[in-house]
Design a protein around this ligand. Structure first.
Ligand SMILES: *Cc1c(COP(=O)(O)O)cnc(C)c1O
Length: 356
């Protein structure tokens, strides 16, 4: 058995894989595979309707927001956000908390003026900047709620007084959020919602079609909203598998239940990182992510040996991102506490065999 700590695409529940694989053979007694049915068929329309309803229910999305299933990943949203929200000659404010935030700001800077209100690049993004002010004339404020690479997370929406846009790719559905505090939320599915290939966008309707720019329809939120995420052929299978995963989450009791599990999972691993004399966390304690747990060894020369032990134990995907080094355990919703315990056991064993 493997314990998949991969950062994305990520672990999904076994039941979801089973049902998803069944639908490849035959979907819903149609005599057809999910891979060959028309996206306009009533069977698939029901999938989109249910997926949207589950997003709305699980996140308590207010009625005056649209829920869209798009393509191009979170990276396409880096460009779509300014295309749709930043008027010609306008200004946008970005919080720089890592590679993804930087990329988002860079795309916006191609379409207007970007003000970086604060950055934690001085300490390799190991913390979330707290004291900054946001220009009141900016069209929107953008921040990354969970920094997948550095293992930092913003648990409270910054109070900035202008429309707020958040990249929640790696912590959406992991904790309770108040969607009404945001104007636009986006997330590539492959971190916590489903497989790669679909991107969730939740946008306040009053922002649709408001930038004053002429933008290609395929990049226009309004075109996708009007078409109910069927402006063109949607990523049928990715939406279907995401829907199965959201059903699983609902059956578990929803986001507030998974949040409690995620708190326990993260605490268990951080406690071992802090206790174990060989390991140390890389992120500031106050800003530690519950989804991506980054840590290194006091003696980096031992890291290869620990990775070897991890491999023997079936612990997959814990090598840290090259810009941080060491290890990163991504502990998304479907990862169980038993996988956390397997990692903690390996860390303990490594310590016992190392320190005499
Ligand atoms: C993975 C990730 C991205 C990039 O997502 P793609 O879907 O590959 O474009 C962007 N932002 C965050 C926070 C991520 O974790």
């Amino acid at each position: 058995m493997k314990h998949n700590f991969g950062a994305g695409p990520c672990i999904l529940p076994k039941e979801v894989f089973q049902e998803a694989s069944q639908a490849v053979i035959e979907f819903n007694n149609t005599g057809l595979s999910i891979l060959e049915i028309s996206h306009r068929s009533k069977e698939f329309e029901q999938v989109v309707v249910e997926a949207e309803a589950l997003v709305r229910e699980l996140l308590n999305v207010p009625a005056d927001y649209s829920v869209l299933f798009l393509q191009g990943g979170a990276s396409q949203q880096f460009a779509m956000v300014p295309m749709n929200l930043l008027p010609e000659g306008g200004k946008a404010a970005y919080l720089d908390t890592g590679v993804w935030a930087t990329k988002a700001a860079k795309e916006a800077s191609k379409l207007g003026h970007v003000e970086i209100v604060a950055s934690s690049s001085d300490k390799n993004y190991t913390y979330i900047p707290k004291d900054y002010s946001v220009p009141s004339d900016a069209a929107y404020f953008h921040f990354t709620s969970n920094n997948t690479i550095y293992g930092t997370e913003v648990f409270e929406r910054p109070n900035v007084g202008i429309p707020v846009v958040s990249d929640m790719s790696s912590d959406i559905f992991s904790r309770v959020i108040d969607v009404s505090e945001y104007d636009l939320i986006y997330a590539g599915a492959q971190k916590n919602m489903g497989p790669a290939g679909v991107t969730l966008v939740i946008i306040k309707n009053e922002l649709l079609g408001k930038s004053g720019r002429t933008i290609p329809a395929i990049f226009d939120y309004q075109a996708h909203a009007k078409a109910g995420s069927m402006y063109n052929t949607p990523p049928v299978y990715s939406i279907y598998v995401s829907m199965l995963n959201l059903r699983w989450l609902k059956a578990k009791g929803g986001v507030s239940v998974i949040e409690q599990e995620n708190i326990v999972k993260a605490r268990t691993l951080y406690e071992e990182i802090d206790r174990n004399t060989l390991f140390k966390g890389t992120a500031d304690k106050d800003d530690r992510s519950r989804m991506n747990i980054t840590f290194v060894m006091e003696n980096p020369e031992q890291e290869a040996a620990f990775l070897e032990l991890a491999k023997e134990r079936g612990l997959v995907g814990i090598k840290g991102h090259r810009s941080v080094g060491g290890f990163r355990a991504s502990v998304y919703n479907a990862l169980t506490i038993s996988s956390i315990n397997a990692l903690v056991d390996a860390m303990r064993e490594f310590e016992e065999n190392t320190v005499k």
